[in-house]
Structures are given as structure tokens and as C-alpha cells.
Ligand binder design. Structure first.
Ligand code: TYD
Length: 262
């Protein structure tokens, strides 16, 4: 592992050069950060859980026709992914007011929105990922109008699917953040085109997930707000998704991985 060339280190993941051109290895760390990395901790087993949960979600989304960077899981903490040029936007989709939206608009957390809302933030840690408009994106060329349309359409489809998927296991999808990348695709006529595909991860680090009956938070807000039992909540999500065996709920994730081949 240490012989591989490190391409990038983020707050919760490391990217290494992949075994073949056009591939990368995405390694999930146990590190947790919040409030633009002002709050930090190491949460034992978080990386393993997010690797599994993100794999599961990306595979389900691929099944409904969403192109993703995920190729295959390599081991407990690593997955093989397609190398893309990351579009410098965080695309946020919200069904219920929470977090910065609740604060910004003076809404009570938990208020159901009249319809799903898509927001964009510029990926700039030094500026605290500011909220931007579609017009900013066009004006500054962060994505083309065509790319933006594709990202919005995919985000709404992903939201629909994930609301149903989590709804089926008694979890409300309050909001989530996704990122997209540009993949070089060789056309029949030899011309190289860009395809927009889903990248990064989808996990309790990047979603708000509340238990349907109790509104118990099963996501990173447990860390942000010092609610405790963070990995226990992530384990609960993985267990309900059927990724971890029920019996091993307490000791997961170490020995309780269900085979992927079924
Ligand atoms: P938001 O309420 O805008 O921000 P915060 O998490 O700081 O309260 O977040 C909306 C959703 O997007 C939430 O599920 C967390 C996720 N998110 C990220 O994963 N990373 C980010 O950088 C941002 C801004 C949001």
C-alpha cells in the first residue's frame, strides 16, 4: 500500500494511483472533520463503514442508470474508481430543512420542504464552500450549461431513488451532498468527449439520515453536535441496508461483512 503513489489527501479519504491508467484507489480514513476542519476526531471503523455504504449506494444507483466512478471494492477500506476531473461544485439536495438551510432561512429543523431543493456550493475550503447560484456557475465557467442540466437531472433522480431506498428501511433522507466528475470518453469517430458521472462518496458523512419513527440522527450530525455513538449510528445504517449481519451489530464492522456476490 505504501508503495503506491498518493495523488491527493482529503479530510476523510486518500486517493492513490490505480493499477491501470484511468483508475484510482480511494481509501476511506477513520478521520472525521466538521466546520471546515476546525473540529477533528478519529472514529474507529468509520472508514470501513463508509467504504461499504458508499459501495452499496453507488452499485444501486448504477443499476438505475446513473453513471458513477465506482468500479469495485478492493478491501475493507479501499475501492477502485475511475479517474475523473472533479467539477468544483458540491451539489446539495434537500427534502427537509436542516443544517445551514434551517439557519440561513430561519426555519425550524425538520420542516418538510414543499418540494426538493437543489443548491450549489463552490468547492473552496479556504472560502468555507460558499453557496453560489446557477448564474455564478455559468458566469465563471465552473460547469457548462449542459453539464449543469445533467447534474441537476441526475441529482433529482438520485434523490428519488435514495428516498425510496432509505424509506424502505425506516430512514428519512433529509438532505445529501454529491460531487460529479468529467470522464474522458473516446467516441467512434476518434473524438474525445466528456461524460459527467457521479464521483466522491455517498455515506452518512455526506447525508442527513433520520430514523422514521424517532427522528434519531443516523449521520455525521452526531459528530458535529457531540451527540455520541457516531459509528454505532453508521453501523445501524449499514445493518438496515443489509450490508452487515444483524448479530454482529455491536462488534461491526470488523468481522461481519456479508458477501457481495449474492
Ligand atoms: P449543509 O446543511 O449545507 O451544511 P452543514 O453540513 O455544514 O450543516 O449540508 C447539507 C448536506 O450536505 C448535509 O447532509 C451535509 C452535506 N455536506 C457535506 O457532506 N459536505 C459539505 O461540505 C457540505 C457543505 C454539506
Amino acid at each position: 500500500m505504501s508503495r503506491r503513489k498518493q495523488i491527493y489527501e482529503g479530510k476523510a479519504k486518500i486517493l492513490y494511483e490505480g493499477p491501470e491508467p484511468g483508475t484510482l484507489v480511494q481509501y476511506f480514513k477513520d478521520d472525521a472533520t466538521a466546520f471546515n476542519a476546525q473540529k477533528k476526531a478519529v472514529l474507529d471503523g468509520k472508514g470501513v463503514l463508509n467504504n461499504r455504504i458508499s459501495e452499496f449506494v453507488m452499485m444501486r444507483l448504477a443499476e438505475i442508470g446513473i453513471p458513477t466512478h465506482f468500479i469495485k471494492r478492493l478491501n475493507m477500506r479501499e475501492q477502485l474508481i475511475k479517474k475523473v476531473e472533479i467539477i468544483p461544485l458540491e451539489v446539495i439536495c434537500r427534502n427537509v430543512a436542516a443544517g445551514t438551510m434551517a439557519k440561513r432561512l430561519g426555519m425550524e429543523e425538520g420542516t418538510k420542504l414543499p418540494r426538493s431543493v437543489v443548491e450549489f456550493c463552490l468547492k473552496r475550503d479556504d472560502l468555507g464552500d460558499p453557496l453560489i447560484s446557477e448564474d455564478h456557475i455559468h458566469t465563471f465557467g465552473w460547469a457548462t450549461p449542459g453539464e449543469l442540466d445533467e447534474m441537476i437531472a441526475m441529482t433529482l433522480r438520485i434523490n428519488d431513488y435514495l428516498q425510496g431506498m432509505f424509506g424502505g428501511i425506516g430512514i428519512k433522507l433529509i438532505d445529501f451532498k454529491i460531487e460529479f466528475g468529467r470522464l474522458d470518453v473516446q467516441m467512434d469517430n476518434g473524438v474525445t468527449a466528456h461524460q459527467v458521472i457521479l464521483a466522491d462518496e455517498i455515506s452518512p458523512d455526506s447525508c442527513r439520515l433520520w430514523d422514521r419513527e424517532t427522528d434519531r440522527k443516523l449521520d455525521k450530525d452526531r459528530f458535529r453536535r457531540d451527540l455520541g455513538e457516531v459509528t454505532e449510528a453508521y453501523t445501524e445504517v449499514a445493518t438496515r441496508l443489509g450490508i452487515l449481519k444483524e448479530a454482529n451489530n455491536k462488534s461491526a464492522p470488523k468481522l461481519s461483512v456479508v458477501s457481495n456476490d449474492d
